[in-house]
Design a protein around this ligand. Structure first.
Ligand code: G3P
Ligand code: CA
Length: 375
């Protein structure tokens, strides 16, 4: 296995066993890695940090995720005009910073087509790092996460370098390895405008001393070709992200007819296993919902992925009603918390090897509840 994941094979085998016949008390504690995050059982990945509690992709969000018990922190990566990797979910930065309120950048507002979709706003690649650092992060979904707006304009947009430094500092302080789980965002788009993400990504992982098989690192992408290329440059784990609909942008550009639905077949998964160590599927691919939003029974995806040695880390788990399966929503509005524990339980019992979550503390508690049931 060309990755840091030999230790996690044990966890995979454990979760395979859980997937076959897992009554609550039967969940056993996986040994975790021989190195890297000493996670007990499936790993908890702080999605954009602890973004349920702080504006996403800020050092404060990442730090809180680690302190809440997350095994990994997840920066999505885009680039500045001077080639510095920074943590944002998409090239357009108007939805998560105060750039719209900065008159000095008003003329940078523009429209760009990315992966076939037109976006209007301000774009990271049109700002130098020095310019971007004058901006402040803001909450993406204030209508759902009003409490997070308390922290609007308190934090800068972090560089990937800063995230790696935070990871190292917190690993020492907390006495356990905090992993980092970077995602290359829109890699074909960035390559097409002369700003490929991969050279800087590889360089920074190398410089941090993390380009080794036992490093607590996974690199993820919704595209396929950049992961195949990175396989030759990185010894860390690689994760093929899988959307519930559509097709990888690189395949579409190349005229390859394959869609994500083709990648999740046993044949598609066997192909992914030639270059990646796991998949990061939309959680609906693991357990689907009906037209009313009610969670059904697990699909064959976990079993099929495990059969070819792939880890399964679905996204994204969140506490609020808006995001929960219908049967787990509370009576309040979309921003109210529902029974997130019930959703985690369904997926952990389905045998997943980790979860991307906006609420790492809830995921850690849900995992503990199954691994170490009270009484
Ligand atoms: O990377 C896993 C998950 O984060 C993918 O979704 O859109 O939040 O990056 P997104
Ligand atoms: Ca992501």
């Amino acid at each position: 296995m060309p990755s840091p994941l030999r230790g996690l094979v044990v966890a995979v085998l454990t979760t395979l066993a859980l997937a076959s016949a897992p009554p609550a008390g039967a969940l056993t504690q996986a040994p975790g890695r021989s190195s890297g995050p000493a996670a007990a059982g499936p790993v908890v990945i702080g999605h954009r940090g602890a973004s349920g509690y702080r504006p996403e992709h800020t050092l404060a969000a990442y730090e809180l995720a680690a302190r809440m018990g997350a095994d990994f922190i997840e920066p999505d990566l885009v680039t500045t005009s001077d080639g510095v990797l920074v943590a944002r979910h998409e090239p357009e930065i108007g939805g998560t910073t105060d750039v719209a309120a900065r008159p000095e950048f008003a003329e940078r507002r523009t429209t760009k087509t990315i992966d076939g979709v037109a976006y209007e706003g301000w774009f990271a690649e049109d700002f130098t790092l020095a310019e971007l650092r004058t901006l402040r992060a803001t909450e993406r979904i204030p209508e759902i996460r009003q409490e997070n707006t308390l922290y609007d304009s308190r934090y800068r947009v972090p560089t990937f370098d800063e995230v790696l430094a935070l990871r190292e500092r917190l690993s020492h302080e907390l006495g356990r390895e905090i992993g980092v789980y970077p995602e290359t965002k829109n890699p074909s788009y960035f390559a097409s405008i002369g700003h490929p993400l991969e050279p800087a990504l590889v360089e920074e992982i190398e410089r941090a001393g993390l380009n080794r098989p036992d490093a607590p690192v996974f690199v993820q992408s919704f595209e396929t070709q950049n992961l195949r290329a990175l396989r030759g440059q990185l010894q860390v784990g690689l994760i093929q992200l899988l959307d519930a609909t559509g097709a990888p942008a690189d395949l579409a550009v190349a005229g390859d007819p394959r869609r994500y639905a083709d990648l999740v077949t046993p044949q598609g998964l066997a192909d992914i296993a030639t270059y990646a160590d796991g998949i990061g599927p939309d959680k609906d691919l693991v357990i689907g919902r009906n037209a009313s939003g009610v969670l059904g029974e697990p699909t064959a995806l976990v079993t099929d992925a495990h059969a070819v040695g792939l880890l399964v880390h679905p996204y994204t788990f969140r506490n609020e009603n808006r995001f929960l399966p219908a049967q787990f929503r509370s009576r309040g509005g979309e921003a109210e918390y529902g029974d997130a524990f019930a959703e985690y339980e369904a997926f952990l019992r389905a045998g997943v090897d980790g979860v991307f979550t906006d609420n790492p503390d809830t995921a850690v508690a849900a995992r503990a509840a199954l691994l170490e049931p009270v009484g």
